[in-house]
Design a protein around this ligand. Structure first.
Ligand code: AMP
Length: 467
């Protein structure tokens, strides 16, 4: 009987990728700052690969960008080409082996790869390339490209020849000792953009990462486009058959920074418009509109503007709470959400509150939050969510968990309202959400169950067995 692949870790997640081609510049340092701007896309691990024309060097570790890199480390990372990665995972295990960029030696050259997304044909791919033990999608992709290079292709050719075998979501930054390649899968699930430095080029998951290093925005990398950047400039290759564009709608709802633009549309403006439409769709009599910071702020502003109900900050977020490796004590853990958010009773007491957030995934945070706001004296809590119920697992990199962990998976809105113990609950409808972005051509799988690619075997990668 044929052996099926054994894949031992949960694969790629929504992450941040960054790359620089700028001979003569401190590319690793620029990448560090680019990753810093992309920290919200991944807090599990951070890494940078750099090449000086001869050697590719990778430095990566678990932790936040500022925990992983210090001045002496950056000083050792010299060269004119660099890529970087921040890895995100809500449910996957944090192990060093899963941190990126992934590296392979190929003869006297080397390649490094940074991946944002998640493949949906991993099992088949692993069998095809005869690799039975892989730690992640990114590992498999690197292996496939390295194998093609070992057969005598240059990086550009190796990528173009192998990439059409991958299915699912992949925005990639790949490099060897002298070339940077950036590409998006043909649906364009995850964003990626191109920027210009005075003497060089930058690619980044989000436009906000260009701003921080003083690069100017040139354009987005198009779905299905392979950009090759080397000493002779930038050129495009189009190896994929054309398919429908399906940018992840959740990038607009939650994931991307508000100061980034996607498809030419500023994310903050889109979120504000979502709140505006939410107020039209699910109006309620109340005294104040309170955002759940940070994610609910623009939508709450839009809701307040449209409804005429005053906006009020009543939940204070500790800006310095991120992912940390120091575990809180048990008694602190019982306080749960207070590590992150603390209410201002003076604002809430006796008032009818419209509480606005962008999404509910598992519902555990939201329920704690509602109890806390009630305890702080709110007279009524009307929860308004600026996206539809999150009912389906994402197979394209959001990694929000399996279906049975999603609060809305098999509950009606009324059942969700009861579970969350709120006086009323309103979600923004899908059409209104898409309308608020001003763009179309989205993947809405998590909200609609409409998966743009075959995900029939997407779960195989989690199965640890040999048949
Ligand atoms: P919960 O009630 O536990 O589902 O948490 C809801 C909160 O999680 C909202 O404030 C969302 O902004 C936030 N959220 C949405 N999507 C994600 C995600 N992919 N990872 C982490 N948090 C998320």
């Amino acid at each position: 009987m044929a052996e099926s692949p054994i894949l031992v870790q949960r694969p790629g997640e929504a992450c941040g990728v960054f790359g620089v081609f700028a001979p003569g510049e401190e590319t690793a340092r620029l990448t560090y700052f680019g990753l810093y701007a992309l920290q919200h896309r991944g807090q599990e691990s951070a890494g940078i690969a750099v090449a000086d024309g001869e050697t590719v060097t990778v430095f990566k570790d678990l932790g936040l960008v500022a925990q992983v890199f210090d001045e002496p480390t950056l000083a050792t990372l010299e060269g004119g080409v660099a890529i970087g990665h921040t890895r995100y995972s809500t449910t996957g295990s944090s192990v060093w082996a899963n941190s990126q960029p992934v590296y392979r030696q190929v003869g006297d050259n080397g390649i490094a790869l940074a991946h944002n997304g998640n493949l949906t044909n991993t099992a088949r791919l692993a069998a095809d390339i005869g690799r039975l033990f892989a730690t992640s999608d990114s590992d498999l992709m690197t292996e496939a490209i390295a194998t093609a290079m070992a057969d005598g292709c240059d990086l550009e050719r190796a990528v173009v020849d192998t990439i059409t075998g991958f299915e699912g979501a992949f925005s990639l930054a790949i490099m060897d000792r002298s070339t940077l390649v950036a590409l998006r899968d043909p649906h364009g699930f995850r964003p990626l953009c191109l920027g210009r430095l005075r003497e060089g080029w930058v690619i980044a998951s989000e436009t906000a990462a260009l701003d921080i290093i003083g690069a100017s925005f040139v354009r987005q990398v198009e779905p299905g486009e392979v950009l090759v950047i080397d000493g002779s400039g930038v050129r495009s290759r189009w190896p994929f058959a054309e398919v429908e564009r399906r940018l992840c709608l959740f990038e607009f709802v939650y994931f991307a920074r508000p100061d980034s633009s996607l498809e030419g549309r500023n994310v903050h403006a889109a979120r504000r418009q979502m709140g505006y439409r939410l107020a039209e769709q699910a109006p309620v009599a109340a005294d104040i509109v309170v955002p759940v910071p940070e994610s609910g702020i623009p939508a709450a502003q839009g809701f307040a503007a449209r409804s005429g109900i005053p906006y009020a900050d009543a939940l204070v977020k500790n800006r310095y709470v991120g992912r940390t490796f120091i575990q809180p004590t048990q008694s602190m853990r019982d306080q749960g959400i207070r590590m992150k958010l603390n209410p201002i009773p003076e604002v809430l007491a006796g008032r009818r509150i419209v509480m606005v957030d962008d999404s509910i995934v598992r519902g555990s945070t939201t329920r704690q939050l509602v109890r806390m706001v009630r305890h702080a004296g709110a007279a009524e809590i009307h929860l308004r969510i600026s996206s539809p119920p999150y009912r389906w697992p994402c197979h394209y990199g959001m990694d929000t968990g399996d279906r049975d962990t999603l609060l809305a998976a098999d509950r009606t809105v009324e059942e969700i309202r009861e579970f969350l113990e709120v006086d009323s609950l309103g979600y923004l409808e899908l059409d209104a959400l898409i309308g608020a972005t001003g763009v179309d051509g989205f993947c809405t799988a998590c909200l609609s169950g409409d998966y743009p690619t075959d995900v029939g075997t997407a779960g195989d990668k989690y199965v640890l067995e040999r048949t």
